[in-house]
Design a protein around this ligand. Structure first.
Ligand code: PEP
Length: 263
């Protein structure tokens, strides 16, 4: 655990219903009410449920941030099916994911589009979680750090140091996402340290402040081990963020890492 404020996000992906999403956010917000001061917590519901989730968070004056899973980098116009940064901000969104492996590998987004999204999000004044990570094949070829570096340098190309205070990096090895296989705390720590070296090279003045979080089958049982590592500043949680009984203890494990570090 470092002195950086941890960030824990729940990526709901394309799951739930309006009723289910409302029950989930009510349960999470109520369970954590008054507890989450030492860390940042965000949820990333499907786009169509953003307003409903926002309204529940606002009614409870919850500090949980509202996140969006995706955005289109243009401001407005003939882009059927897409939404802009301004539209998301209008719905109360504070943070947006970019470069998630499912968008890279299932939807087919390339580094150039991801870079445009990161730019649009940061220039629009919102926070951005840029996800990077290697596939199993790349890992077996010994290319983990090279792939992370390529995705970082291309995702952040042309983005000035003055904008990156609102940036969080999520290291999400593709082979660990939704598979039940998790990187060991030591493996994740090593990847995070290498990512920080690249960030230092790119943004020397601020790199120490940037948060690097881990994603990939984080569960209540492995969260404390991961969040206890010096270079792991929280997590991006997929499957386990859909269950109150799993997400809440994961958030608490992150809060506990702050307390342990200050003892
Ligand atoms: C994710 O979707 O970012 C993720 C890490 O998923 P999971 O926790 O299910 O592996």
């Amino acid at each position: 655990m470092s002195e950086r404020r941890p960030f824990v996000g729940g990526n709901w992906k394309m799951n739930s219903t309006l009723k289910g999403a409302s029950e989930l956010i009510r349960g999470v917000a109520d369970a954590l009410a008054g507890e989450i001061a030492p860390i940042d917590v965000a949820v990333f519901p499907p786009c169509v449920y953003l307003l409903a989730v926002k309204s529940i968070l606002r009614d409870r004056q919850s500090p949980i941030m509202l996140g969006a899973q995706d955005v289109y980098p243009e401001a407005e116009g003939a882009f059927t099916g897409e939404v802009s940064v301004d539209m998301l901000r209008d719905c109360g969104v504070q943070v947006i994911l970019a470069g998630h492996s499912e968008r890279r590998h299932v939807i087919g987004e390339d580094d150039e589009l991801i870079n445009r999204k990161v730019k649009a999000i940061l220039e629009g004044g919102l926070r951005c979680v840029l996800c990077v990570g290697e596939t199993l094949e790349q890992r077996e070829d010994g290319r983990t750090h090279e792939v992370n570096e390529i995705q970082l340098r291309s995702g952040l190309a042309g983005i000035a140091e003055g904008l990156v205070d609102n940036l969080v990096i999520a290291y999400e090895p593709v082979w660990a996402i939704g598979t039940g296989q998790t990187a060991t705390p030591d493996d994740a720590e090593e990847a995070h340290e290498k990512i920080r070296e690249v960030l230092k090279d790119m943004y020397d003045g601020v790199s120490d402040r940037l948060r690097i979080i881990y994603g990939g089958s984080v569960k209540p049982g492995n969260a404390a081990g991961l969040f206890g590592q010096r270079s792991i500043d929280g997590g991006l949680i997929g499957g386990a963020s859909l269950k109150i009984a799993d997400f809440v203890p994961i958030v608490r494990a992150s809060m506990q890492s702050v307390r342990s570090a200050s003892e």
